[in-house]
Design a protein around this ligand. Structure first.
Ligand code: 5GP
Ligand code: ZN
Length: 111
């Protein structure tokens, strides 16, 4: 399958890996939108987070657990977790991922 994030999981495309488990990989976003901008993804390919939830609910927990651990290890007291689902919502890579953003204030509502 020609999927950018599957290639990062497989080590075929380089990425700055922050944390890796049997089920998840976390790496720095190539175009950071905050001082900390990390993507946490399932190692297995799913198109979006809803597909992860439909097929493997515990994997959703693993992804959020990894995000929480990274935030703690990074000393982030406040941070934003973001899931873009569908192109109109800003999804550009169709391998499920959770954005972890921190290190600056965030506005609400988001743009
Ligand atoms: P989305 O827009 O789908 O919610 O998020 C995809 C994210 O992947 C974007 O923030 C984008 O900067 C990031 N991204 C795209 N290509 C690469 C890449 O080759 N390496 C890394 N590390 N991040 C990427
Ligand atoms: Zn993939």
């Amino acid at each position: 399958m020609d999927c950018l994030f599957c290639k990062i999981v497989a080590g075929q495309i380089p990425a700055n890996i922050v944390k890796r488990t049997e089920l998840t990989t976390a790496f720095n976003d190539i175009t950071p939108q905050a001082p900390t901008h990390i993507l946490i993804i399932p190692n297995q390919h799913y198109e979006n987070m809803a597909e992860v939830a439909s097929n493997d609910l515990s994997l959703v927990g693993e992804i959020f657990k990894a995000a929480g651990e990274i935030a703690l290890e990074s000393g982030l007291g406040s941070y934003r977790l973001n899931v873009n689902t569908g192109a109109a919502a800003g999804q550009s890579v169709f391998h499920a991922h959770l954005h972890l953003l921190g290190g600056r204030p965030f506005a609400w509502p988001p743009g």
